[in-house]
Design a protein. Structure first.
Length: 252
């Protein structure tokens, strides 16, 4: 029997990169997967890939920074598959790069809206559903930028620190009620977001290899494996943690 047989998993930002890999991994392990993504064609393509592989998946266009969208996404999960057991709050954006004093208020609002408000709204509606069925597990996608400062992406780093605050506080409030809440903290992972970061610096994603003691960048599937473990019963005594998936980046 697969780890997630009969379970319902929600993935925000499941149309690309780490979210895409995690949605596919949940489906392969038996879960019915609900994908919320701002970009419809990308989200629908992942649903098709899962269905072609024999899995169960459904998509609803969602902007996680909008309360009504997030509420509708969780309602869609319950209406389609009857319950919600696990969630990966992954949708995130990098925003504009550059020194803090040069950043615009619009960029601040956009990054905080998706990366922080989006994670809070997602947990708000997911937790309400999970409490109805006796519990569940949530993983929020932070970053090594949620643990360390990063020159040139200060607003992004602040948003990912806020994800850690939300994760720890939710774990304190809901772990005793059966909802475990953890974070993953990836370093550079081979996704369109990392490609964008590399392009801005006029380098290739693999040029980031040297900053990781392990000697390479990460693959989205390597983050997905950790998310699935954190959402599984094998992690039954794990809550409120920052889980580095970073090739040793943060031990330097
Ligand atoms: N790639 C990395 O190196 C890396 C490292 C650390 C953390 N992360 C985090 O991982 C998460 C996923 O990043 P990725 O690298 O897979 O990026 P990606 O750009 O490949 O995927 C992000 C997905 O989120 C969706 N999205 C963006 N804003 C949204 C919104 N407001 N509502 C709904 N969907 C939205 C996009 O459409 C896209 O499908 C992000 O939170 C990111 O900060 C990535």
């Amino acid at each position: 029997m697969a780890d997630f047989d009969g379970k319902v998993a929600l993935v925000t930002g499941g149309g690309s990169g780490i979210g895409r890999a995690t949605a596919i991994a949940f489906a392969r392990e038996g879960a019915s997967v609900v994908i919320g993504n701002r970009n419809s064609s990308a989200g629908e393509a992942v649903v098709k890939a899962i269905q072609d592989d024999g899995g169960k998946a459904s998509f609803l266009r969602t902007d996680v920074s909008l309360q009504d969208d997030v509420k509708a996404l969780v309602e869609h999960a319950v209406a389609t598959y009857g319950r919600l057991d696990v969630a990966f709050n992954n949708a995130g954006i990098g925003g504009a790069a550059g020194p803090l004093a040069d950043q615009s208020a619009d960029n601040y609002d956009e990054v905080m809206g998706t990366n922080v408000k989006g994670v809070w709204l997602s947990m708000k509606y997911e937790i309400r559903e999970m409490l109805k069925t006796g519990g569940g597990a949530i993983v929020n996608n932070s970053s090594v930028g949620g643990l360390l400062g990063f020159a040139g992406v200060g607003i992004y780093s602040a948003s990912k620190h806020a994800v850690m605050g939300l994760t720890k506080s939710a774990a304190l409030e809901y772990s005793a009620h059966g909802v475990r809440v953890n974070a993953v903290n990836p370093a550079v992972i081979r996704t369109p977001m990392a490609e964008g970061l590399a392009k801005m610096r006029k380098i290739k994603p693999d040029d980031f290899s040297a900053v990781h003691p392990i000697g390479r960048i990460g693959e989205p599937e390597e983050v997905a494996d950790v998310v699935l473990w954190l959402c599984s019963d094998k992690a039954s005594f794990v809550t409120g943690t920052a889980t580095c998936v970073d090739g040793g980046f943060t031990i330097q």
